[in-house]
Design a protein around this ligand. Structure first.
Ligand SMILES: [Zn+2]
Length: 193
């Protein structure tokens, strides 16, 4: 299930896998021994590699998003408030907080805008007719029995996010408050012109 939620490239996941292996190796060494110390350093180095790869991916994704649209809409997810749900755990893992910070700062510097919208039911509501279509997390297609539309689950949510963002007053929504523990799950670009 987590694989489905992970937008990260293979390279990143591989480096994470390597970290796991190194941690295992460390656990088998006698604490305090020379081999243990060596393994410990190796784990520390790999930790940094994983973090660097993640940050690199965040920057690349942000640049791509900002080059495609003037305004970026995203779900305003509060990690603190949802820390116990499985979904938000994955979000925490994926470092959305860091992603959102990079996005917000870079957008501001470029004179572009980010709009955080209420995430409630963005996945469940039909982006075509507005009716609620309950579905579990493992259902990846939004198939509406009311209007007949069938699209990718994330695409459906993205359209809902965009529509909510369009309903915002841009002035009111200008800038996302920083450091409030917000995170994003999906971003959708709004083409200009
Ligand atoms: Zn529908």
């Amino acid at each position: 299930m987590k694989e489905n939620l992970s937008p990260y490239p293979k390279k990143y996941r591989k480096s994470q896998q390597r970290l796991k292996t190194k941690k295992k190796r460390l656990s088998r060494k006698k604490k305090g021994s020379k081999r243990w110390l060596k393994a410990l350093l190796s784990v520390a180095k790999q930790h940094k590699k994983v973090a660097d790869k993640r940050k690199d991916f965040h920057f690349k994704t942000v640049n791509e998003l900002l080059s495609k649209a003037e305004v970026i809409a995203h779900e305003n997810l509060n990690i603190k408030g949802q820390a116990l749900t499985r979904l938000s755990k994955s979000i925490n893992d994926a470092g959305w907080g860091q992603f959102l910070t990079i996005l917000t700062v870079k957008a501001e510097n470029a004179g572009q805008k980010t709009i955080a919208v209420n995430p409630k039911n963005t996945s469940q509501n039909c982006s075509n007719c507005g009716k609620k279509v309950p579905k579990k997390l493992n259902i990846r297609t939004h198939s509406c029995p009311h209007c007949g539309i069938a699209i990718d689950r994330d695409m459906n949510a993205a359209i809902n996010i965009k529509n909510r963002a369009v309903g915002h007053s841009v002035l009111k929504a200008r800038g996302v408050r920083r450091g409030t523990g917000t995170a994003k799950r999906k971003a959708h670009t709004i083409p200009q012109g």
